[in-house]
Design a protein. Sequence first.
Length: 165
Amino acid sequence: MRLRPGGPGDVAAVLHMFDSAVTWLVSQGRTGQWGTEPFTGNPRRTEQVTSWATGGGMQIADIDGHPAGCIVVGPPHDYVAPAAEPELYVQALVIDQQHAGHAIGRTLLDWALQEAKARQAALLRVDCYAGDDGRLVTYYERCGFTRAEPFTVGEWPGMLLQRRL
């Protein structure tokens, strides 16, 4: 696995990663996180991924030269209040399910932790879907994050998590 900065040339690959994740979630009966429709072909999703790709905070994990995972860091999303101390925020994390089980997500989160330290942040935060069986919250806890506070966006249940540096 090799990590590299992402950019505009990665938009299609990242959309494919989200498509792969949506397909897997649907197969598990877990449709609350990202719905049931592919990201590819959705103008709003394409615009979102394009803005990440041009924003300077995208990192891609390549396996054998192929994009297998993506993390995006920067300021918190609009629906989360900024921290009262210097922070770095994980805006997105996704892997191509073809490469599941290779610790790609954990490797990308470790990169984000090092990036936060390099930027002299005191805190690394992330939010995630907290519905269904809560497995995603548990995943982040296994990666060293602690629950900060639950929230909702419309009907979507979320959990804000943090990791002190």
